[in-house]
Write a protein of this length. Structure first.
Length: 207
């Protein structure tokens, strides 16, 4: 395994280029890939994504990525970061467009916001303050916890202990999770300027 060789999974769901550009800016060795051998060589894995839950799962299946992803993350305990849709796909189930099976890595369901649509527009788009929960390495040294969101759904985990940060938009929702070597953010660190870059660096420094 190559130290700090980050693989950004390219599974056809958009936004992967922005994540790669952020890692390039940090001077981090990374590659966009959907190759099994690259995931096996990786030190860290990032699953980004923008789009529909079922489309994301279908693409992961069609590219044959699910078995190797679970092996590297669950058995070999490689650090993984899910971003936006990538976080949602970690769940057992997503409710977008009907019930769809997720990766089942994190127990819980991805559901739509239940808010007053006259007061809170959906999708939730823009900058919002995030409240870290407990001592989480993702937010180490980050003084401004304002991050950029674009989403209509979010993960509601079965075990609330995995919640690493919350945010409020008509209702409180999960903004970040952490379970052992598995991390996730509903916001986009790659689009969140200085604070987002610092969060990515914290993830990369986790071994």
């Amino acid at each position: 395994m190559v130290r700090n060789m980050i693989v950004v999974i390219d599974y056809g769901m958009g936004n992967v280029g922005s994540v790669k550009n952020a890692l390039d800016f940090l001077g981090v060795d990374s590659t966009l890939s959907r190759k099994e051998e690259d995931l096996r060589r990786a030190s860290h894995i990032i699953l980004p994504g923008v789009g529909a839950f079922n489309d994301g799962m279908n693409n992961l299946k069609n590219f044959g990525l699910i078995p190797v992803l679970k092996e590297e993350v669950l058995k070999k305990k490689k650090p993984m970061l899910g971003i936006c849709l990538g976080l949602q796909l970690l769940a057992e189930k997503g409710e977008e467009g009907g019930d769809h099976e997720g990766l089942g890595i994190i127990k819980g369901t991805v559901r739509r916001f239940r808010v007053d649509s006259k007061r809170f527009r959906i999708p939730h788009i823009g900058w919002n303050d995030v409240s870290p929960v407990g001592d989480n390495i993702l937010f180490n040294g980050i003084s401004s916890t304002i991050f950029y969101f674009v989403h209509s759904f979010f993960l509601e985990p079965t075990n609330k202990d995995v919640i690493a940060a919350t945010c409020s938009y008509g209702e409180e929702f999960t903004a970040a999770i952490r379970e052992k070597n598995i991390f996730g953010t509903q916001f986009h660190p790659e689009k969140s300027q200085k604070s987002g870059l610092a969060l990515l660096k914290n993830f990369i420094n986790y071994a």
